[in-house]
Design a binder for this molecule. Structure first.
Ligand SMILES: [Cu+2]
Length: 135
């Protein structure tokens, strides 16, 4: 009886964890803080169709600014000031590697790696085979 109850509890907890993961998997969360790593995780990986949200958990204003903005290149994203307790969300990004920083505190640096969405991968396969037919 005791064992069955423990097993039941365990399965229940597994269910809760599994449902939490399935809901959470569609979002990537990055914490913004005043101590290293300033963006946690410092290197985050997402699929192209996953929303990414930075949450400012510090008591200072920060930004999430793609390095390209600083170098006068293609400015993929720039949050502008994110107040304490506020957040910044990007709903989707093309696949690529995006180093970024805080424009107020340039020593705050992070990297966002965006992988192709699985749907994109299927679509590109279809496109490739269609192109071969035309040759
Ligand atoms: Cu900052």
């Amino acid at each position: 009886m005791g064992v069955a109850r423990v097993v039941g509890w365990f399965l229940g907890i597994l269910l809760v964890i599994a449902s939490g993961v399935s809901n959470g998997a569609s979002w990537i969360f990055i914490t913004v803080q005043t101590h290293a790593p300033f963006y946690s995780p410092a290197k985050a990986t997402a699929f192209a169709d996953q929303p990414i949200q930075w949450q400012n958990r510090s008591r200072m204003i920060h930004t999430v600014t793609a390095d390209g903005c600083r170098r006068g290149g293609y400015c993929v994203f720039d949050s502008g000031p994110i107040r304490p307790g506020a957040h910044y969300t990007i709903s989707a990004l093309p696949s690529g590697v995006y180093p970024y920083h805080c424009s107020i505190h340039p020593f705050m640096q992070g990297v966002l790696v965006v992988k192709p969405a699985r749907l994109d991968a299927v679509a590109s396969l279809g496109f490739r085979s269609a192109g071969q037919e035309g040759l």
